[in-house]
Design a binder for this molecule. Structure first.
Ligand code: CAO
Length: 420
């Protein structure tokens, strides 16, 4: 038995944010029915194509463990089928542009009339307010959520991060909202509306930078490299390069081979608890007791000098050797792993975090599996559905259409071409 077995999800999501959420629900055992526009489908199916004629990796990697039904929700028969789906399902998840569902005729009030137990979960770019009508993509959310202004180096422009905190980050937040609402429904018997704005999710993930914004009122942020460099702080949280957000001085340092390999780097952090071990490892035992170096406050104005010395040592070792030497001493280090290295890491396949999936159009591809492990609910990663692959199955098995009624729905053109 899977954790969410028996829960039906009407998956009206597209692109990345919403699909990340429903994919997780599918991995936890829910029956995810993805509704797609006939003949078109989720736009990502045909974005960033690498294998001509096949669904893209963008689509396949975000839509595992789902069934696909083609349905024109603007056509009268399509609306009838959608109404039946709302009756049958436990959760409707959508991330259309603001107002799109209302324009289809499915307002929250109407949805509650159809199925008062339904949980309706939505992702929008912004919450209620002056920007509520905007369409929003990943980088817009990273910029509006405070992440970009605090990412990058002090003397460079704001930067977005490679991790998709706006899209996938919001999908994760929404997923938690959905399972929480399902839990509450157990007691209340009622559905509810769950909303998650991408700006809010990014801000939640950038929480420590708002912490620093307030700390500025009490003086400069001493653990930031800029303090040691004597550069004055302005009135907002500055970009801090690779300084650690946790308040412990940390940097990304070169390792052996950095001249050729853009990822021959390690993260290195020098918190008080490991300082003496660090001094021994890098060959600076005198710093353990030397005035001006022995305590964290003493070192704050010497972080460049200290990390330059650490880097002189890391440059003589590979990033893996640094880890092998430092880990036994509890000195926290992090090798900068490339996507190539990650995709070849057998350990990640063993835990199911990386998976190899077979697809009828594109053959085998790699994907990230479920990063959340439940001891009582195994995850089997099932390939993404072809467009409309399950239209007939959903109409007949889930909605109970058969005979003339099924023929009427199919002939109306509301559900695309149906293969029995
Ligand atoms: N049948 C009929 N019509 C359908 C349909 C179906 N099965 N599925 C979608 N449509 C229609 C919608 O109703 C909408 O029509 P209207 O404009 O007439 O209301 C139209 O298709 C386009 O939908 P959309 O506006 O959501 O799509 P878009 O490509 O223009 O915008 C996006 C995409 C992502 C910017 C927008 O959906 C959005 O802002 N979503 C919320 C925030 C979000 O999730 N962003 C992250 C996306 S991942 O990077």
């Amino acid at each position: 038995m899977k954790a969410l077995e028996g829960i039906k999800i009407l998956d009206f999501t597209h692109v990345q944010s919403g699909p990340t959420c429903t994919q997780l629900l599918g991995w936890f055992g829910a029956d995810v029915i993805k509704v797609e526009r006939p003949g078109v489908g989720d736009a990502t199916r045909k974005q960033l194509i690498d294998v001509p004629g096949a669904d893209s990796l963008y689509f396949t990697m975000l839509n595992h463990n789902k069934r696909s039904i083609e349905l024109n929700s603007k056509n009268e028969t399509g609306k009838e089928v959608l109404t039946r789906l709302i009756e049958e399902c436990d959760v409707l998840v959508e991330n259309f542009a603001p107002g799109a569902l209302d324009r289809m005729g499915f307002t929250w009030e109407r949805i509650q009339e159809i199925n008062p137990k339904l949980i309706m979960a939505s992702i929008k770019g912004f919450g209620p307010g002056k920007y509520e009508d905007c369409k929003v993509y990943e980088n817009v959310a990273q910029c509006a959520g405070g992440s970009a202004s605090t990412t990058g180096f002090l003397d460079g422009p704001p930067l977005v991060t490679g991790a998709q905190i706006g899209d996938s980050g919001t999908g994760l937040h929404l997923c938690l909202g959905i399972v929480t609402a399902l839990f509450q429904r157990e007691k209340s018997g009622r559905g509810q509306k769950v909303t998650c704005a991408m700006q809010d999710s990014v801000l939640n993930l950038a929480r420590v930078k708002l912490r620093d914004q307030q700390r500025l009122a009490a003086g400069p942020l001493k653990e930031y490299s800029q303090f040691g460099e004597g550069i004055p702080f302005g009135d907002t949280t500055p970009r801090a390069g690779n300084d650690s957000g946790g308040g412990q001085p940390g940097r990304i340092l070169k390792c052996k081979g950095w001249e050729q390999d853009p990822n021959a780097y390690t993260y290195f952090i020098i918190q008080a608890a490991v300082w003496e071990k660090v001094c021994d490892v890098i060959g600076k035992p005198e710093w353990k007791t030397q005035e001006g170096y022995a305590t964290p406050p003493d070192r704050l104005d010497k972080l460049n000098e200290v990390f330059a010395a650490v880097e002189e040592w890391t440059k003589t070792k590979t990033k893996y050797e640094v880890m092998e030497i430092c880990n036994p001493q509890d000195i926290p280090v992090g090798p900068i792993l490339s996507m190539k290295e990650i995709s070849e890491d057998e350990g990640l396949y063993a835990t199911g975090t990386m998976v190899k999936v077979d697809h009828p159009e594109r053959g085998e591809y790699l994907s990230v599996g479920c990063p959340i492990k439940l001891s009582d609910s195994d995850v089997d990663v099932v390939r993404s559905p072809l467009l409309g692959e399950h239209t007939h199955e959903v109409l007949s098995e889930v909605l109970g259409y058969s005979g003339d009624e099924l023929k009427r729905v199919v002939d109306s053109g509301a559900v695309g071409e149906v293969k029995a």
